[in-house]
Design a protein around this ligand. Structure first.
Ligand code: GLU
Length: 449
């Protein structure tokens, strides 16, 4: 047995978790589960000014909704004492030093984080750069080399109690035993710095896998305003978490073979870092909607009903479920269709209007009556268990084609629902079932007497 694989997802709670940002979490999760390893979530709240509890809650809620369960959860701020200990150790060993600087040297930092607790203004801790070439083998990008001399003696903390992000990341990855750092390509340029810090601390170097950029269909970077909406917004728009998981997993990775619709279990089974691509992934909302529709179709009727009830906080008539499942792209669509009353005919007895029955048939009452009677006769011969929309089509359609479709299908449809607009008569018959269908046809026939 090789060493146990440990990955982490390290979001900063400075915004809601968005559909692009979670991709790193999904890849780290899939890789860990595929390898029977461990998946850590670490909330990187070292930036105290921009981090909020609300964002942290949004992140954890979105991860739970997606089904990315973690083995361990950390908050970076909880490790403050350890960070301070390590900073002091590096300084004591001469691998870092405290530098008194005028505020001009680090204007933005001084502004962002006014010094507290009597620490001298402009004091920073700098890393003593050994000025060497750092090379690492990125699983996705291959071998990368970097002359670290150009980084000079970079800042690793604003004070002993305020490590910068690079330092905290390296310390935590080490302490948490992270073996594989799976994150966005935008962090490649941070890696040499982090490797130097890791070497100074004596930490083993993790394997790096930097995921390709995610671009919009116009090949522009996704931004908060464009394309990168929060996962919780997608939930409210009626998307299924499995659709998002599936869609995101394919942003820069694809399995062997053609199949695109994959469950979480399949993704875990198929996922390898070796198949992550280098070239940018394209984020296409239309594709996401398609995934959602496909995943909706694959839910059992019971499961769809359960999700819809949860989504719309109302109970759902089971008779409507197959029809809704067939037609909608999102749970919101389904909820709106229910509210629109478009399908109320199924619950309530149809109320007939003789004129409406004849209107679209463009035929006289006796004629229409005869056609409906014939339809009723033919449908009477179908067994209750075989009474599906397909079967009804098979039986009625040739007849309607022979005598005139409008003359048969219009009155049949109105007889089944009583309204001007509805799904086609075959769908209606399939939904209503044999007994109700014959009952409603019978009523319409009587009315035309
Ligand atoms: N907290 C960083 C971010 O949200 C991630 C750091 C990392 O993955 O190493 O971008």
């Amino acid at each position: 047995m090789g060493e146990k694989i440990i990955t982490r997802f390290a979001p900063s709670p400075t915004g809601n978790l968005n559909i692009g940002g979670v991709r790193a979490g999904i890849f780290a999760y899939l890789f860990a589960r595929h390898s029977k390893g461990e998946f850590i979530v670490r909330i990187e709240d070292t930036d105290r000014l921009r981090s909020t509890k609300e964002y942290e809650e949004n992140i954890l809620e979105a991860l739970a909704w997606l089904g990315l369960e973690y083995d361990r959860l950390f908050r970076q701020s909880e490790h403050a004492a350890r960070h301070e200990e390590l900073l002091r150790k590096l300084v004591a060993e001469g691998k870092a030093y405290v530098s008194q600087e005028n505020t001009e040297a680090t204007p933005s930092k001084a502004k962002e984080s006014p010094q507290k607790g009597g620490k001298g203004r402009g004091e920073v801790i700098r890393f003593k750069n050994p000025n060497k070439t750092i090379s690492f083998d990125d699983v996705v990008h291959g071998s990368i080399s970097f002359e670290t001399a150009e980084l000079k003696d970079f800042v690793i903390a604003k004070s002993f109690t305020e490590p910068v992000f690079h330092f905290a990341v390296v310390a935590d990855d080490w302490d948490e035993g992270v073996t594989h750092v799976v994150r966005g390509e935008d962090h490649i340029s941070n890696t040499p710095r982090q490797i130097l810090i890791g070497e100074a601390l004596g930490a083993p170097r993790p394997v790096y896998a930097h995921l390709p950029l995610i671009l919009g269909p116009d090949r522009a970077k996704l931004s908060k305003r464009k394309g990168a909406r929060a996962l919780t917004e997608y939930r409210e728009a009626g998307y299924l978490p499995e659709a998002i998981l599936n869609f995101d997993a394919l942003l820069g990775w694809h399995p062997r073979g053609e199949e695109e619709i994959l469950t979480k279990e399949q993704l875990i089974e198929l996922f390898t870092l070796e198949r992550v691509q280098k070239s940018p992934a394209i984020f296409d909302e239309g594709k996401l909607l398609w995934f959602n529709r496909e995943h909706i179709k694959r839910l059992s009727d019971e499961e769809f009903a359960r999700r819809l009830e949860q989504f719309s906080s109302t109970s759902v008539n089971p008779a409507l479920v197959p029809l809704l499942k067939e037609r909608v792209q999102t749970l919101r669509d389904a909820s709106e269709t229910l509210q629109s009353g478009e399908l109320s005919f199924l619950k309530e007895a149809a109320v007939y209007d003789k004129e409406l029955l004849l209107k679209g048939a463009k035929a006289e009452g006796p004629d229409v009556q005869k056609n409906l009677s014939r339809v009723a006769e033919m449908l009477g011969e179908i067994g209750v268990g075989d009474f599906t929309a397909e079967k009804v089509t098979e039986v009625v359609f040739p007849y309607a084609t022979k005598v005139g479709r409008a003359r048969v299908l219009w009155p049949m449809r109105v007889a089944l629902c009583g309204t001007e607009r509805s799904p086609d008569p075959f769908t209606l018959a399939g939904l209503l079932g044999k007994e109700k269908t014959l009952e409603r046809l019978g009523k319409a026939i009587n009315m035309l007497q």
